[in-house]
Each structure stands twice: as C-alpha cells, then as structure tokens.
Design a protein around this ligand. Structure first.
Ligand code: CP
Length: 305
C-alpha cells in the first residue's frame, strides 16, 4: 500500500516488519547522534484538524530524526475557518511539492476519502472513532518489549470502546499478532458489532483484570457524545476506574497501559498510572521509533502490502 490508513489493511508480516524496523530506529535514537539521513529530500505535511499532544509531537520528532523536511498545519489557525474544503486545503499544500501527508481528522474515514482524491502518501494519525493505526503499532511494540512477544498474551481494553479509534486499531493489531483480546466496559459504551470482531466481552472489571496480562485503560471520549445518554463520570469511575486497591487485590502482577491523555481519578488513579506496573511513558517513548519505521517503509521502499 502507498498509505497507512488503518491496521485493517496490514498483514501480520507488515506489522512484524514495522516492529522490527522500529527496533532498529529505537537503537538509533538512543545514540548520542540521533539523526539519520533516510528521508532527506522527502517533504511531509502534518495536518491536524483535531487536537493532539503525543501523536503530533511524536510524528514531528520522528520526521526530524529521519531528516525529512516538514511543515505543520493546524486547522484551527488556517483558512479552513474561511470555508476552504479538505480537498482544496490538501491540494494547495501538495502544490508546494509535498510527498506525504500525516492527517488527524474528527471524521471516520477522512483519510480513506482523501486517498481517493489526492496524489500523495497518507498516514492516518487518527480519524474520528475509526482507526489510530500508529497508536496500535506503538502499543504492540510496547507489549512485545515487555514480554518478548505479543502472541499468546491476554490483553483487555477497558472503557469507552464505542467512541475509541484506539480500541478498534488495537483489537485488529493484537489479533493479527496472535494475542487474545477482551473488551470491558458498560454496555452503553460498547459498539453493537463488538462480538463480530472476535473479542471476549466482559462487563465486570475485576473479572477482566484477573483474566489479563495487560490492561489498556481508555479515556471516555466526551468530545464525541452527549454524556446525558451514558453513565455519569462518577458512576463510570466507581464501576470501571482502576485504583491501587483493585490492582493489589489481583491474582498476578499485570501491566498497565493508557494511550493518553489521562483523566486522572476517572479511568485510572495517579498511584496506578505512576506505578512500576505502568508502561504509559514507555508507550510514548516507543511512538517515535514506530512512527519513524512507518514513514521510512512507506516513503523509501513501499514495502507494506
Ligand atoms: N494517544 C494520542 O493519540 O494522544 P494525542 O491525542 O495527544 O495525540
């Protein structure tokens, strides 16, 4: 593929190649001289129609480590506010001789739509409640780093599965790598098609945590729905919030993940987020090497399926 629009389009071999390439880049960026010339003469535009801290900065740093030329576009400070369309916006950016677009957009399928109308490589940095492929890849990389392999691991994704692009991309990626995946949360925050994805569904947090090796705690995506139709934050936190007391009561020591941003005291308490069982900041660190691998493979060799 010319693009990375979703984990759905990748084979297991593609994912393994990305993880192995990321191993090499992780070694490179831990050296005193972190920069490599791999993407010299490649120009990349980061276009963000939705806010981001980790994804935006980590793509930007990954591009700088690869020696790409980069330009950044934030919709909120652009001519989108004057009515310019997505296709016009991107075609105007491409007229400046840009090779690759990294895009975050609030609408599911925005990257797929754009790929049919423009002539550049596209990396999806999150499209609405659909997919966030590089997040799933860095999550898989982090599990593999912790356990040596993703295959055979039991991973539970807890929380707002319905509105989460991280959940869908993680489910697809972990399954392709041979992990067992469970989702846990209230019925109101589960998509109706969840069973079709071949995951276990559990509504009891303690049972889910006692089953898993790894728990990925998601934030409630309040920006994507009206809370009055769902459990209140207080109810959610009482039923599905992970605190130290629960963690210490489990049969075994599990690993805690979170894609960020954290709502401390809602889905996870600070003593859990900052505990030695948490690999939340390792996930962020690994994001740079994984994104370097994705852009390198797409731009220089087109090696993905
Ligand atoms: N995990 C993640 O996508 O974080 P940001 O929204 O800050 O990029």
């Amino acid at each position: 593929t010319r693009h990375l629009l979703g984990i759905k389009d990748l084979t297991e071999n593609d994912i393994q190649l990305i993880l192995e390439t990321a191993d090499n880049f992780k070694e490179v960026i831990n050296r005193p001289i972190k920069k490599v010339p791999s993407l010299r003469d490649v120009t990349i535009a980061n276009i963000f129609f939705e806010n981001s801290t980790r994804t935006k900065l980590s793509f930007e740093l990954a591009q700088k480590r690869l020696s790409a030329d980069i330009i950044n576009f934030a919709a909120s400070s652009s001519s989108v506010s004057k009515g310019e369309t997505l296709i016009d916006t991107v075609n105007n950016i491409l007229a400046m001789k840009v090779d690759m677009i990294v895009m975050r957009h609030p609408y599911a399928g925005a990257g797929i739509f754009l790929s049919k109308h423009i002539n550049a490589q596209i990396v999806n940095a999150g499209d609405g409640a659909h997919e966030h492929p590089t997040q799933a890849l860095l999550d898989a990389f982090s599990i593999r780093q912790k356990y040596g392999d993703v295959a055979g691991k039991k991973v539970v994704i807890v929380g707002d599965i319905l509105h989460s692009r991280v959940a869908l991309s993680n489910i697809l990626c972990l399954q392709k790598l041979g992990a067992e995946v469970m989702v846990c949360g209230p019925t109101t925050l589960m998509p109706r098609y969840i069973k079709e994805l071949g995951v276990k569904v559990e509504h009891n947090l303690i049972k889910a945590l006692n089953w898993c090796d790894v728990a990925n705690m998601l934030r409630i995506q309040l920006e994507r729905f009206d809370i009055k139709y769902f459990p209140s934050i207080r109810e959610y936190s009482m039923m599905y919030g992970l605190n130290k007391q629960i963690l210490n009561s489990l049969d075994k020591e599990i690993t805690i993940m979170h894609p960020g941003p954290i709502n401390r005291g809602v889905e996870i308490t600070s003593d859990v987020a900052d505990s030695k069982q948490s690999i939340i900041l390792e996930q962020v660190e690994n994001g740079v090497a994984v994104r370097m691998a994705v852009m390198y493979l797409l731009a220089s060799q087109n090696q993905l399926a």
